[in-house]
Design a protein around this ligand. Structure first.
Ligand SMILES: Cc1cc2nc3c(=O)[nH]c(=O)nc-3n(C[C@H](O)[C@H](O)[C@H](O)COP(=O)(O)O)c2cc1C
Length: 279
């Protein structure tokens, strides 16, 4: 069977679908190609059994060496949620989402189990931190895809890592259990929009890494993306530092973002205080 994913591909990448030969017609793949983050939610509760089901699906994600180092805190208590939301007042969806979860990496559990079994281990090195982070990220994205399949919308929140000390206190995180991202979940109140991605010519390589054509590919992507949506002049980042650009594409926006105030500046110190050595 040959299915045509042309519409979805165009929406995601802003360019044509060149598939040929056998491509099965799978509605879920169409759904993922059109997936989007949601930040506005309807005032409608998520049934508890559905939430539990989605969490079960999330924890069905692959796990490095079966170590299972991800955890989630469902923030139910209004006071704790409000304290978290107050740290990031420019993201009101943290307070308004019907459900707020925090996905955690945790090197601690494996250490404790090692002690219980009489096989103490050092999970404080970079390897322990990295494995736990990857597990949490996989659980997060598995939750997102499952939730979207159930008609829900989500918005991950990594900005809470800029406030890791406060988050650790509010959620009573023990040493070596750290936030990877929050997650706002609810029934979408708006359709939202598909965010165009870089072409596979940039992100997929054959046999060896080759970014020779990066400049041309990014310039073309900037133009495709801006043709669909060009941020108005007042949305240009940090004009006091960078001025106003005649053409303000994705690359201008993202490089201004990363060249500006560094994100996560306090996170390394927080992690070291919690015992990670990163050796
Ligand atoms: C790990 C991670 C952290 C994110 N953190 C935030 C955040 O703090 N605030 C926010 O509004 N969106 C956040 N997002 C959402 C991204 O901005 C969004 O995924 C991106 O713009 C692409 O849009 P799309 O998901 O609709 O394709 C985050 C996404 C990921 C994967």
């Amino acid at each position: 069977m040959t299915a045509d994913y042309g519409n979805e591909w165009q929406t995601r990448f802003g360019e044509g679908w060149h598939g040929s030969g056998e491509t099965p017609d799978l509605p879920w793949l169409r759904q993922v190609l059109q997936r989007r983050t949601h930040r506005r939610f309807a005032p409608r509760d998520i049934p508890e059994p559905l939430l539990r089901l989605l969490l079960g699906v999330a924890f069905s994600a692959s796990s490095k060496s079966d170590y299972q180092q991800a955890s989630v805190i469902h923030v139910v208590d209004r006071n704790r949620r409000d304290r978290i939301a107050a740290l990031m007042p420019d993201m009101p969806w943290i307070a308004s989402a019907p459900v707020f979860l925090v996905f955690l990496g945790g090197a601690r559990r494996l250490e404790r189990i090692g002690e219980m079994c009489g096989h103490p281990n050092d999970n404080r090195r970079l390897e322990g931190f990295f494995n736990a982070t990857v597990d949490a990220a996989l659980a997060l994205q598995t939750f997102v895809l499952a939730a979207e399949t159930a008609g829900l919308g989500c918005c991950p929140i990594s900005v809470l890592r800029n406030h890791a000390g406060d988050i650790g206190e509010i959620l009573e995180l023990p040493d070596r259990v750290f936030p990877v991202a929050g997650l706002c979940v609810g029934y979408p109140a708006a359709e939202g929009f598909v965010s165009m991605r870089l072409p596979l010519a940039v992100t997929v390589h054959r046999d060896r890494y080759d970014d020779r054509d990066l400049a041309e590919a990014v310039a073309a992507y900037d133009r495709r993306r801006a043709a669909r949506y060009a941020p108005p002049r007042e949305r240009q980042r940090a004009p006091a530092i960078f001025g106003y650009a005649e053409f303000y594409g994705w690359s201008e926006d993202k490089t201004r973002q990363t060249a500006g105030e560094p994100e996560g500046a306090t996170f390394p110190a927080y992690l070291r205080r919690s015992g990670f050595t990163f050796d």
